[in-house]
Ligand binder design. Structure first.
Ligand SMILES: [Zn+2]
Length: 334
């Protein structure tokens, strides 16, 4: 397991330094983190596979290509079908592609996931960021007008496939390949398949998203966490979603769990010590940015001054430190 973890670490590090493998060369692997429990890599993302005697629980299908690949791997390695697809949260880069399991699986997610997937009424106006790109002023984005996420995720936004992102589609988000849950839960739900057990725990609203779910595998003493905790890696870019105190509270929910191994979707396998380190990073960043705001420093000054040097070995320190400062500055001033 240690050797495998090191090779995952170097793959993640290469990507963070900008040597991303080309789109054909996918970094995919199964790492056994407990009996019948696997941390499954798709480049910088991870899913979980729990194997029971007559079926599998998959947490996060990640995307259409990965879902097809992992379906084949599960069939070949274990010879049993996926009985449940459980969602950490609704974001497309974790929740897309589940339809690959429509024939065998029941889909489970937090009740707040449903609202995110609902299409707003026809005639909804483009949100401001999209309206700014609407060069011909027709109220929707043709492909040639897009940039950023709208360009990269065009098909996932364009739910009706008419070649343009309308106001409702832009407002909802890039979720057309997210298969909605059949069963939702409020606080906790236990899934069992062939003697194997997974417990879904809602970690609170506004913790990255309102539907954020940690998944505990009690027999293996493992918890899977996505996006609101990454281990040995900085929080993603400007940490744009969620609310600071709700985020910290959600991390404390995980810290209170009695588990030995923490398997994050992003970053390295770790323990509760690494979860605490992730929280300390956020708290130290908060305190430094707050002190700077209090003495009237500008964002640019803070981006020069605040080094967070204790964390310079973490993945994406060089790329995301100043973006993290920007995100914290916004959280504390808006
Ligand atoms: Zn997310």
């Amino acid at each position: 397991m240690i050797i495998r973890t090191l090779s995952v670490a170097s793959a993640v590090l290469l990507v963070s330094l900008g040597f991303a493998p080309d789109s054909q060369a996918q970094e995919r692997s199964f790492t056994e983190v407990g009996e019948n429990l696997y941390w499954v890599q798709n480049n910088n993302h991870h899913a979980m596979v729990l194997v029971g005697t007559d079926g599998v629980i998959l947490v996060d299908p990640i995307g259409g290509d990965f879902a097809q690949w992992v379906r084949g791997e599960i069939q070949q390695r274990f010879g049993v079908p996926v009985r449940y697809v459980a969602y950490s949260h609704h974001h497309d880069d974790h929740a897309s592609g589940g339809a690959a399991f429509n024939d065998t699986a029941t889909f489970v997610g937090h009740e707040n996931m449903l609202g995110y997937l609902e299409m707003p009424p026809a005639g909804t106006a483009l949100p401001a960021a999209a309206a700014a790109l609407d060069a011909n002023g027709d109220g929707q984005l043709q492909r040639g007008e897009t940039s950023g996420d709208y360009e990269e995720l065009f098909e996932l936004y364009d739910d009706d496939g008419d070649g343009a992102i309308n106001g409702a589609e832009a407002t909802r988000g890039p979720f057309s390949d997210v298969r909605a849950p059949d069963i939702v839960f409020k606080d906790r739900m236990t899934l069992t398949v062939g003697g194997a057990e997974a417990e879904l725990i809602h970690v609170g609203r506004m913790a990255h998203s309102n539907d954020m779910t940690a998944v505990v595998f009690p027999e293996q003493s493992v918890v899977f966490v996505v996006d609101f905790i990454s281990l040995n890696r900085l929080p993603f870019q400007t940490m744009a979603s969620g609310q600071l105190n709700a985020w910290l509270n959600a991390i404390r929910v995980v810290e209170a769990l009695d588990v030995d191994i923490v398997a994050p979707s992003h970053g390295l396998l770790g323990t509760q010590e690494d979860v605490a380190a992730h929280r300390h990073y956020i708290e130290e960043l908060r305190d430094e940015v707050a002190a700077g705001i209090a003495r009237g420093a500008s964002l640019t000054e803070l981006q020069d001054e605040i080094q967070m040097a204790a964390y310079q070995d973490w993945i994406s320190y060089n790329n995301w430190r100043t973006l993290n400062i920007e995100g914290m500055y916004r959280m504390l001033t808006q």
